[in-house]
Design a protein around this ligand. Structure first.
Ligand code: PLP
Length: 408
């Protein structure tokens, strides 16, 4: 613990953020609470070390320990996802995607993906992301039911002849059939990439099909359902591809690796291989479904769910934009994020709905009964049926019961 405080200003803000994380119901689907052990590694003296390059092939001396740490991280992640090769250096999921595209495609290569508004990610071809400037993106639509329509994807793939098909999303509440995607890729002779950022934890727990069995390249974040430090990874079974990935990460896109974060990743991979983590991931799915079912029984329009998130149509259900709904919930200590719904009629600033996920609060010990209460609170707030103070009190009762998040 730091005892002599140089920077009280920042320290105070960290203390306030700790309080916020403890006192609120965190329903942002991309967030989680990394363990204290992971956080300690991330705050360790490893941050002092330069280690450009890869284990046993660094551009700096003094790398004998960080080499071991990075090798352990690689070994563990390969075992966890049953894959041959890994790069654990990407600073984020977006960097991982940039390097994956670079490894697989020439500039201007054609990628078939899901558009951001339908649940894809910024790096899947958004005009405000590097991705659309370096590559040519075309998109497959979702079916009327909001689900992937594999016949339609095949049809578009035949028409567009992409170099690469991309699966894996930021706001898609259903299971993804990677085998079917691979069959489509085989039929049109293109590469297959999966960005499993959101569902990596469910895959690690064997509660979702593993894309490493089918894709040429798999990218992920480590901080969402996988519950590790903020960062990215790239996985492949192809020796030639990992060589290209490694040079795309360093020296092309990144400089020195964050060995403190890589140590945190190594710990996260060990945690994610335990029976306790499987139980956790299973509880995430149960809690998400319980909350969604409860809202549905109240005649609320929701879509999903096979995984850790669902979408709530606030416009049809409460005549509120996603932004208005997000603000109302935030006011009582329930954190969500506005999200575009498939075929949304409003702008990304407003949106017609919310994305709601249970990965974070399940880590803190949210159970099925709590998930039901949360559904009633969400409905009560958005419909104005429950008084603000009553809800604030209920939020406080729940969060006090759960695991406390330590500041360091
Ligand atoms: C979160 C996410 C990313 C990017 O992660 P960052 O670490 O924020 O860059 C990439 N792809 C998908 C599908 C995501 O959900």
């Amino acid at each position: 613990m730091v005892t002599i405080l140089m920077d009280q200003e920042i320290r105070n803000l960290i203390a306030l953020e700790t309080k916020r994380q403890n006192n609120g119901i965190e329903l942002i689907a991309s967030e989680n609470y990394a363990s204290q052990e992971v956080r300690m590694a991330c705050g360790s003296i490893l941050t002092n070390k330069y280690a450009e390059g890869y284990p046993n092939a660094r551009y700096y001396g003094g790398c004998e320990y960080v080499d071991q740490i990075e090798k352990i991280a690689i070994e563990r992640v390969c075992k966890l996802f049953n894959v041959k090769y890994a790069n654990v250096q990407p600073h984020s999921g977006s960097q991982a995607n940039a390097a994956a595209y670079r490894a697989l495609l020439p500039n201007g290569g054609k990628i078939l993906s899901l558009v951001l508004n339908d649940g894809g990610h910024l790096t899947h071809g958004s005009p405000v992301s590097f991705s659309s400037h370096l590559y040519q993106f075309v998109h497959y639509p979702l079916g009327r039911d909001g689900k992937l329509d594999y016949n339609k994807i095949l049809e578009i793939a035949k028409l567009e002849k992409p170099d690469l098909i991309l699966a894996g999303y930021s706001a898609y509440p259903y299971a993804i059939d990677f085998k079917k995607f691979k069959e489509i890729c085989n039929e049109v002779s293109c590469l297959f990439m999966v960005d499993m950022a959101h569902i990596a934890g469910l895959i690690a727990a064997k509660l979702h099909e593993n894309p490493c069995d089918y894709a040429d390249i798999v990218t992920s974040t480590t901080h969402k359902t996988l519950r590790g430090p903020r960062g990215g990874i790239i996985l492949t079974n192809n020796e030639n591809i990992i060589k290209k990935v490694n040079s795309a990460i360093f020296p092309y896109y990144q400089g020195g690796p964050l060995e403190h974060i890589i140590a945190g990743k190594a710990i996260c991979f060990k945690e994610a291989s335990t029976k306790q983590f499987q139980t956790y991931a299973n509880n995430v799915i149960i809690n998400t479904k319980t909350c969604k079912d409860e809202l549905e029984s109240l005649k609320i329009k929701v879509s999903g769910t096979d995984n850790h998130l669902f979408l709530l149509n606030t416009l049809d259900s409460y005549n509120l934009t996603g932004l208005e709904a997000q603000k109302k919930l935030e006011n009582v200590g329930i954190t969500t994020n506005k999200n575009m719904l498939p075929n949304d009629t409003l702008t990304p600033k407003e949106t017609s709905g919310l994305r709601i996920g249970f990965a974070a609060i399940t880590t803190r010990g949210c159970n099925q009964n709590d998930a039901k209460i949360i559904a009633k609170l969400i409905d009560g707030v958005l419909s104005n049926k429950l008084a603000e103070n009553y809800v604030k009190n209920e939020v406080s009762n729940l969060t006090k019961k759960w695991l406390k998040i330590e500041e360091i």
